[in-house]
Design a protein around this ligand. Structure first.
Ligand code: NPQ
Ligand code: MG
Length: 367
């Protein structure tokens, strides 16, 4: 197929509750949507960049610029493009994995829609629904945290993840264990807020039987994570450090983690995400699918990925209502603590044109 044009849309989705991590806080999700117009039809993707470079180095206006000035002209100029050709064609541009991932995903969506095949079939899914976990931001108080966790458990969520930071770690975890018991599937995510000197503090978490401790140290500190993994009984999971299949291979070789959070956007798309999945499976390392406050478009593709065999832990794929009162696709809902994997062609979801237009704050067509 050939790429004729790419449309970019910036949409603003208010969050139902502010989301705070150790690194940033936000009241709404300003999302970047990509529509690839090809000779075989159109495809959509969610470019998972944040509005600011506070979580990842890539950010919304940077992604728009690199797509407009470099990536889209290169794809439009290429004689033949398929999803598998996107990274080779774009290789002269260094980095910008999230922008490249969005273009690859939109093109894959177009390709699969034309072939009447779902993402799940294409990726090799082995389940038709996935257990839903939920990520709880840092709230204003312990009482607020307990109330939020209680609400999510009532809704059926199968696993709770609590955001932690220095000064908000042992106490909230202890309070949750005291209130909800030892059997609750519970994990903590520091988003890199600690240093190797915090090891004794982090060791104090061992007594709570967490499923895992996610990204305690900086993204680049694989050696620090390897050292920490030897000091703690709590399994270390890497998120921000897993930027590519190569980074995952390095982390596994160093013993820097025993669980991996796969964010398809960060590793460069769903093909690379599947490669990380396969690598981890070969090493006996369980994986789960992270979340980046995706719209329904990204959520749909993540569900297909999370249906692969080695996604043995519940991920951060929550129901739409966890984040948004209104989304640009029909909402994903919890059923018995699970979310169904879409079965239709491509991502299996269609954007709602009226909602999309109403929430769009910027639109441009690149060709
Ligand atoms: C994590 N996600 O696991 C991330 C953090 C995160 C669901 O906890 C815009 C883009 C906003 C990326 C907010 C969850 C984001 C973002 C939070 C990532 O570390
Ligand atoms: Mg994380």
């Amino acid at each position: 197929m050939k790429i004729e044009a790419v449309e970019l849309r910036v949409v603003r989705l208010p969050l139902v509750t502010a989301f705070r991590t150790s690194q940033s806080s936000q009241d709404d999700r300003v999302a970047l949507l990509v529509r690839a117009q090809t000779t075989d039809g159109e495809g959509w993707a969610d470019c998972a960049v944040g509005e600011a470079p506070s979580y990842e180095p890539e950010f919304l206006s940077g992604a728009r610029a690199v797509m407009a000035e470099y990536l889209v002209p290169m794809l439009v100029a290429a004689p033949v493009v398929s999803a598998a050709r996107v990274h080779p064609v774009l290789a002269p541009v260094k980095g910008h994995q999230m922008a490249k991932a969005a273009l690859e995903t939109a093109i894959l969506d177009a390709e699969l829609r034309a072939r009447q095949m779902s993402f799940a079939q294409y990726l090799g899914a082995v389940r038709d629904r996935v257990p839903a976990g939920v990520s709880v931001g840092i709230p204003g108080s312990l009482a607020e945290l307990i109330g939020q966790v209680e609400g999510y458990l009532e809704q059926g969520y199968r696993r709770i993840k609590v955001k932690i930071e220095p000064g908000w770690d042992v106490e909230p975890i202890r309070a949750i264990r005291e209130r909800f018991g030892q059997d609750l599937a519970l994990q903590a995510d520091a988003n890199g807020a600690y240093t190797p000197a915090s090891a004794p503090r982090l060791r104090a978490l061992d007594e709570f039987g967490l499923l895992l401790l996610e990204q305690p140290l900086a993204a680049g500190d694989l050696l620090g994570h390897a050292d920490l993994a030897r000091l703690l009984t709590t399994p270390i999971c890497l998120d921000e450090s897993i930027t590519s299949p190569l980074a995952a291979a390095t982390a596994l070789r160093l013993g820097a983690c025993s669980v991996v959070n796969i964010k398809p956007a960060r590793v460069g798309g769903y093909l690379a995400a599947r490669a990380v999945h396969d690598l981890c499976a070969a090493h006996g390392i369980p994986v789960w699918c992270g979340g980046m406050l995706e719209t329904g478009v990204g959520r749909a593709a993540n569900l297909a990925l999370a249906a692969l065999e080695n996604f043995t832990l519940p991920g951060d794929i929550s129901a739409t209502a966890r984040y948004f009162a209104e989304d640009i696709t029909p909402p994903f809902v919890l059923d018995d603590g699970h979310i169904a994997v879409p079965t239709g062609p491509g991502t299996g979801v269609d954007v709602l044109p009226d909602v999309l237009d109403r929430l769009t704050t910027h639109r441009e067509v690149l060709s």
